[in-house]
Design a protein around this ligand. Sequence first.
Ligand code: S3P
Length: 434
Amino acid sequence: MASFVTSKCRPLKGSIKVPGDKSISHRSIMLGSIATGITKVSGFLQGEDSLATLNSFKEMGVQIDRQGSNVIINGVGMHGLKEPTKPLNLGNSGTSIRLMSGLLSAQNFDSELCGDESLSMRPMARVIEPLSRMGADISGPDSKPPLTIKGGKKLSSLNYTLPVASAQIKSCLLLAGLYADGETHVIENGISRDHTERMLRGFGYKVNTSPGEVSILGGGSLKACIIEVPSDISSSAFFMVAASIAKEADITLLAVNVNPTRTGVIDILRLMGANIELINERLEAGELIADIRICSSKLKGIKIPERLVPLAIDEFPAIFIAASCAEGETILTGAKELRVKESDRIQVMADGLSSLGIENEVLDDGIKIVGGEFKEQLAPIKSHHDHRISMSFAVASVRSNFEINIDGVDNVKTSFPNFVELANSIGMSIIETN
Ligand code: S3P
């Protein structure tokens, strides 16, 4: 089990480029594989999660050549995937298993999707239930992985209102909808990330969107295209928080995806008083990109608006560190989804903050955090093998006078393999031990 040991940082300075967006990397492989022609991807995230998706499509007979972050996918067309010879192992990746459930429910072969201990605990009823209504045969013990899918089912279209704001459920149904008879409608009560819709259009597939609703007509085909994956705002968030809470910081994060369905973290940090500037905004391959400059600031506690929760869903562990360094109390509600991510991110963060002496109160659907000073920890923080918990507590080191020890950081590789290297290059001081 690997651990991080942090010590006091230098003033944070410099320009860095964080790795490619995880959500877009997954989708590039899935759509590139079922397209006709050769899709070229650059900036692909070389993290374990997106590589699990890539390897699964190879197992289904797709020729995919990767050199570093450049990937060439020889698309097999809508009906060209082959039956895998063994269960597809999706590691820690919820996005892979939920999106592929939709796609594989529509194939004419059987498949099994499994993953690690954390993935095996995550709820899949949210995709099993609507897919079953479309005519899919998909099941798992207690509606959890491993999922068994029986192929050869003709799917029918569905009109479905999402029970929670979730791009994973929406995308799963859109991928199944590509193969369904008629038009599949997905209605959302909150905004969720829209990379699937944007990328489908990039592959020449018609997607109808109106506020709160997206629909797709089955039976079409995808044409290969070129995809440049921008930097991941979720990985960038650790440095946005680090520079906001550190003294004398001035850093720039280059070419970050600032798709408006993902920028909740910027809105929340700005409401807390952060000094964040978006520079050189431009549109690349259907996604909005910007360089982001962050300088030190004096943060204040806020009540986080619930409408921003789905727009910052993966960034809350880092935001909780910002709240710990803010003046006054920060209150988050309406965020029950955090309890079913790679770990229960409300409880696990609360435990870690308490061990650093930060007063907090766990709520059923959120947390209250009272800003203060980090104290010397009594025992190492347990990440519960959740990548974002590990990186968030590493960021706390920029305001700590003491070493912070974090155990179980191996899963940082799922989304941000060069986190330590980049963090240290701007002045942080993190050592990884085994
Ligand atoms: C993702 C959607 C989010 C997010 C996950 C990636 C995606 O999950 O937490 O890390 O790529 O669609 P939900 O849509 O279930 O909230």
